[in-house]
Design a protein around this ligand. Structure first.
Ligand code: PYC
Length: 332
């Protein structure tokens, strides 16, 4: 067969196949090591309403879409998805719903930084401040350069101090409960050094703590599950104030210092008077990357955290779902 005819035939077959498939267009980035998959086309029609209402509709009616975008074979447990939506609030530039391998997040700090850098990569965000509507409130994102972003997160606060939980095989563990856009249990003493080679031990012990909190009915203020567990230890870099390990809801650990986790930490530092408004707090992650956090005062008892970090786009792709693919909705 003539090479040209072969190519044409081949092209045709490929085109026909593509017509059968559903495709979503994604931009993948990582923020201080933690990946974000921004979905810019191909999401379900969620209609109007607040971002919380649309997040609920996505969860109740289109959860297969989340699984397809995030689970293997197209994704992994480490990925956080961000579905780009039109905002309801006219003062916002975009709306976003964050999710992971097991469900939906209120906010995601590393994700918001990744979204801003990805939208800049697409030419949709200029340098300067933009507003993102999330299911738990509005987040200001200040794009400072191609890769540097400072977010002003939703109001954050320490809900309870020094809460003890009995953990089978570990004894009594004490920590603070704080909101940073998700619910966190913050523990100042880790069972071992916060280094990647200890990730298995840190993951298993924090999973046990998460389970014990749930079993003993210890929740966030609104009854919300405390689905993020955070250990703290001394920083390793000379300028780091602290290092953390953050267990995410699907039991993967955050490679970044976790934007909402750092916000929860800032709320606790403010509550104990250990950090003054406007002062910097350098939070190092388990992989050695860092966020620079600070806060201003919000409503009584609340702080408005500011988290600065870097993100880099590493891929743009069309994810395809062939109707005959047994794993078109991911491997559950
Ligand atoms: O950066 O807020 C965050 C986050 C939450 C879960 C993973 N990253």
């Amino acid at each position: 067969m003539e090479p040209l005819a072969w190519a044409e035939l081949h092209g045709l077959v490929a085109k026909e196949c593509l017509n059968l498939m559903e495709a979503m267009r994604v931009i993948d980035s990582h923020t201080e090591g933690e990946p974000t998959r921004l979905i810019i086309e191909g999401g379900p029609d969620l209609g109007g309403g607040s971002m919380a209402e649309r997040r609920d509709r996505l969860r109740d009616e289109f959860d297969a879409f989340r699984r397809s975008a995030i689970l293997e074979p197209r994704g992994s447990e480490v990925l956080v998805g961000a579905l780009l939506c039109e905002s309801e609030d006219p003062s916002c530039d975009a709306g976003v719903i964050f999710f992971n391998n097991v469900g939906y997040l209120g906010m995601c700090g590393h994700g918001a930084i990744g979204v801003a850098v990805s939208l800049a990569y697409l030419g949709q965000f200029d340098l300067g401040t933009h507003r993102l509507e999330t299911p738990v409130g509005i987040v200001n994102v200040d794009l400072q350069s191609e890769n540097e972003v400072a977010i002003e997160n939703v109001p954050s606060y320490r809900f309870r101090e020094s809460v003890s939980v009995r953990v089978p095989g570990m004894g009594t563990i004490t920590g603070d409960i704080a909101w940073g856009g998700n619910w966190f249990f913050l523990i100042s003493e880790a069972p071992c050094e916060l280094i990647v080679s200890n990730a298995k031990r840190l993951t298993e012990s924090s999973e046990q703590i998460k389970r014990a909190l749930k079993d003993q009915g210890i929740t966030g203020e609104d009854g919300g599950e405390i689905d993020h567990i955070e250990y703290f230890g001394p920083g390793k870099a000379p300028d780091a104030d602290s290092r953390n390990f953050v267990l995410c809801p699907g039991n993967a650990y955050d490679r970044s210092p976790c934007g909402t986790g750092t916000s929860a930490k800032l709320a606790c530092l403010a509550a104990t008077g250990k950090l003054a408004p406007g002062d910097d707090w350098v939070q190092e992650s388990i992989v050695g990357s860092h966020f620079v956090g600070s806060y201003r005062l919000g409503q009584p008892g609340q702080v408005i955290p500011r988290i600065r970090g870097r993100a880099f786009v590493y891929s743009e792709a069309r994810l395809l779902r062939h109707p005959k693919d047994p794993f078109r909705d991911g491997i559950v």
